[in-house]
Ligand binder design. Structure first.
Ligand code: G3P
Length: 223
């Protein structure tokens, strides 16, 4: 299972890479809009992320018609070999996914909210499908249930499309994704950091360090 960071913030990306926590990055227009400061353009932001990350980086088109999506996808694809084109789950989007996958341009089908949508994306050759689990939870559904359904359907029919769990809000989403067998989970940096944390770890470390002061009151390591 791979972990992607859901952000367009270059400092977060660099830090997560240093900790060895991530295999790729996903962005969306909302995340990019938060980084448009200091005169940085969309193109500057995206190029820097692509250069920094040694793995797939999803960048979303904002056209909603077929030809517009293809034109924007081609521009994004030309920015770097690790660019993955995010295309929304719409009818023109499905047509664009088919065209791009025939040209071996990787697509991440986004804004997926049920298993049938995910199946259509897989049939049309999407490399990744992004079901938004947190936004389903927000409206009183169990977002993780569709991950279960998609896994079963993809296994039943041997679809190679990777399930990329998106709109992840907490470590329980991550745990359930791993148990189901999702291929990738993308999440904000605060959720990734929480994966490494446990109050008993902090408590245990604090006890070890206080006991160590009996051995070396100045906190030194006398070897
Ligand atoms: O990038 C797509 C998805 O992860 C967005 O999540 O938290 O805005 O629902 P969220």
């Amino acid at each position: 299972m791979k972990i992607f960071l859901d952000t367009a913030n270059i400092d977060e990306i660099k830090e997560a890479i240093e900790y060895g926590l991530i295999d790729g990055v996903t962005t969306n227009p909302t995340l990019i809009s938060r980084e448009q400061k200091d005169g940085k353009s969309f193109s500057d932001i995206v190029k820097e992320i692509l250069k920094t990350v040694d793995g797939p980086v999803s960048i979303e088109v904002v056209a909603t018609d077929y030809q517009g999506m293809i034109d924007q996808a081609t521009k994004i694809h030309n920015l770097g070999p690790n660019a993955v084109i995010k295309i929304p789950m719409t009818l023109p989007g499905l047509k664009a996914m088919k065209t791009l996958s025939e040209k071996h341009i990787p697509v991440n089908c986004t804004l997926v909210f049920n298993a049938i949508q995910a199946t259509l994306a897989a049939r049309n050759g999407a490399e990744y499908v992004s079901p938004f689990v947190g936004r389903l939870d927000d409206i009183g559904e169990d977002g993780m249930e569709i991950i279960n359904q998609i896994r079963t359907i993809y296994n039943n029919y041997s679809f190679k499309t990777k399930i990329l769990v998106a709109s992840v809000r907490n470590p329980v989403h991550v745990l359930r994704s791993m148990i189901i067998g999702a291929d990738v989970i993308t999440m904000p940096y605060d959720v990734i950091k929480k994966l490494a944390m446990h109050p008993k770890t902090d408590e245990g470390l604090s006890k070890f360090l206080s006991d160590w002061r009996k051995v070396a009151p100045d906190g030194s390591f006398p070897i």
